[in-house]
Design a protein around this ligand. Structure first.
Ligand SMILES: N[C@@H](CCC(=O)N[C@@H](CS)C(=O)NCC(=O)O)C(=O)O
Length: 197
C-alpha cells in the first residue's frame, strides 16, 4: 500500500495515523507541494483534483482523506471504526461533514495562512474554526468519542486540525472537553504523531 503524502499535511496525517492504529504497512511517497508536484500530469492521473493524500492499495487508487478513511475502515478496520447500521453510520457522517467544513475551511486554513503565509482571511477562518470547536465541545461534554461509545473514523478525521489549531493562532484553552478527547486519541494503541503533535 502506498500513500502519496506530505509530512506537514494534516489530511495526509489522518491516513498515516489510521494505518498505524490498524497496524497496516503503508509506504509513504513524498509529494513536494511547494514545487507543485501535485499538479503534474502524472499526479493528475492519480487525482484529478491535484491534491494529497492519495492512496494506492495494490492498484486501487482513492483520493480525498475522507474517502480513504472510509475505504480503509471498510476494507481493513471493521464495524467499530465505521458502523453499517443506519443511525450509527449517520452519526459518523455528521462529524465527517464537520471535518470537511468548519475544521478544514476554518482551523486548517487558519494554520496554512499562519504557517505557510498563504493568502486568506485569517480572522474569518479562526471564527469559523471556533464555531466548529464549540460544536465539538458540546458533543464531548456528553460522550468520550464523537460518534458512539468508542473511536470511529469521525474522531480520526477531526483530530489533526483540531489538535494543530494553536498553529493557526486558535488556542484550545476554552475547550477542556476537546483537550481531554485529544489526550484520549493520543493514548490509543499504535498512535503516531506528526510535526507539531
Ligand atoms: N478534502 C481534501 C483536501 C485535500 C487538501 O486540501 N490537500 C492539500 C494538502 S493538506 C493539498 O494537496 N494542497 C495542494 C493544492 O491544493 O494544490 C482531503 O480531505 O483530502
Amino acid at each position: 500500500m502506498k500513500l502519496y503524502d506530505m509530512e506537514l499535511s494534516g489530511n495526509c496525517y489522518k491516513i498515516r495515523l489510521f494505518c498505524a492504529l490498524l497496524g497496516l504497512d503503508c509506504e509513504s511517497v513524498a509529494v513536494d507541494l511547494f514545487k507543485g508536484e501535485q499538479k503534474s500530469a502524472a499526479f493528475l492521473q492519480l487525482n484529478p483534483r491535484g491534491q494529497v493524500p492519495v492512496l494506492d492499495d495494490g492498484g486501487t487508487v482513492v483520493w480525498d482523506s475522507m474517502a480513504i478513511l472510509v475505504y480503509l475502515a471498510k476494507k481493513y478496520g471493521g464495524e467499530s471504526w465505521l458502523p453499517g447500521e443506519a443511525e450509527a453510520l449517520a452519526r459518523v457522517m455528521q462529524w465527517l461533514a464537520l471535518s470537511e467544513n468548519e475544521i478544514l475551511y476554518g482551523l486548517a486554513r487558519a494554520r496554512v495562512i499562519k504557517l505557510f503565509n498563504r493568502p486568506g482571511d485569517l480572522a474569518q477562518c479562526q471564527q469559523l474554526g471556533k464555531a466548529g470547536l464549540a460544536v465539538l465541545e458540546s458533543r464531548l461534554a456528553n460522550g468520550s468519542w464523537l460518534a458512539g461509545d468508542g473511536p470511529t473514523i469521525a474522531d480520526i478525521a477531526c483530530y489533526p486540525y483540531v489538535a494543530l489549531a494553536p498553529e493557526g493562532d486558535v488556542a484550545l484553552d476554552d475547550y477542556p472537553q476537546v483537550r481531554q478527547w485529544i489526550a484520549r486519541i493520543q493514548a490509543l494503541p499504535g498512535y503516531v504523531g506528526m510535526p507539531g503533535l
